[in-house]
Unconditional design. Structure first.
Length: 308
């Protein structure tokens, strides 16, 4: 048989299987969090773009983070709300692959940007005299392009890994959006390559990122505690606290969802789906809030824009 004939025309997304009666209630916090994520990230982007005093490396990285957050949440949440409200539970095969691609691509790109931001804080605190020469605008632009190129190279093969599989079982997916292993498990063939590729890319992209971020913060803390002035120590810790909060918010639900999805066989399926939705919705909503609250300069500029 022609293998393309075994590709389904569409998939049917069930949302949180077993909690269908609660879909309407679940949609309320999902919708409010998504609106907050859109408003927060668009305001942050607008302030950084329009205020020339914010055209510095740390804030340019923050603008990249906001764009990645917008793609990450907008790739998944609108369809999840459509499923919760029973507007449209069907998604075509190619649209499903497209959603999967952009969801994982923006996640890996955001992880790369967080690593660059950790290196930015390391240079600013440990080698402040070299900061201006290391983080020029051209270097920042290359880092942004590298984040996109890296995530594209990681995710592009998954499209072919999924298209090669025959889907002859059913087209019902107990999820709110399409993800790599969720699609692969609907195939009636050996998916070992998909499993190992997904596992390897998770460990070698966000997994390596979190290790390098941890190393950079160990070096930062070591340099901070060597400072003789208490005020200097507090100022250095303050500049890193917002980034540390964002890292915890981003990686905790994502890795918990990843390892629960693969090793937590006794965890109910609706918990898997809830965790998968949290790591694409919680960071985009909280990142602008954390940076606005923790960074006095951003807080002042956002206040000026909102009350102008």
């Amino acid at each position: 048989l022609n293998q393309t004939s075994l590709q389904p025309a569409s998939f049917l997304l069930l949302g949180m299987a077993g909690l269908e009666d609660l879909h309407t209630w679940l949609s309320i916090p999902f919708c409010m969090m998504y609106i907050a994520a859109l408003l927060g990230n668009f305001i942050l982007l607008f302030v950084i773009v329009t205020e020339r005093s914010l055209h510095e490396p740390m804030y340019l990285f923050l603008a990249m983070l906001a764009m990645a957050d917008l793609v990450l949440s907008s790739s998944t949440v609108p369809k999840a709300l459509s499923v919760f409200w029973s507007l449209s539970k069907e998604i075509s095969f190619h649209a499903c692959l497209t959603q999967m691609f952009f969801t994982h691509l923006s996640f890996i790109a955001e992880s790369t940007i967080l690593l660059a931001m950790a290196f930015d804080r390391y240079v600013a605190i440990c080698n402040p005299l070299r900061y201006a020469t290391v983080f020029t605008h051209s270097v920042i632009a290359r880092i942004g392009l590298a984040a996109i190129a890296r995530s594209f190279c990681v995710m592009f093969p998954t499209i072919f890994l999924l298209r090669r599989l025959p889907y002859c079982r059913h087209n019902i997916m107990p999820h709110t959006y399409c993800e790599h292993m969720g699609i692969a498990r609907l195939a009636c063939a050996d998916i070992s390559v998909n499993i190992w590729y997904g596992f390897a890319t998770t460990l070698l992209s966000p997994g390596v990122d979190i290790v390098l971020i941890g190393v950079s913060y160990v070096l930062i803390l070591r340099a901070v505690f060597r400072l003789s002035s208490k005020d200097a120590q507090l100022k250095a810790v303050g500049t890193c606290s917002s980034h540390a909060c964002v890292i915890l918010i981003f990686y905790t639900p994502a890795f918990f969802s990843f390892f629960t999805h693969r090793f937590g066989r006794n965890v109910p399926h609706h918990v898997h789906v809830l965790l998968a939705n949290l790591y694409v919705l919680l960071p985009p909503m909280l990142n602008p809030i954390v940076y606005t609250m923790k960074n006095k300069h951003i807080r002042e500029k956002v206040s000026q824009v909102l009350f102008r």
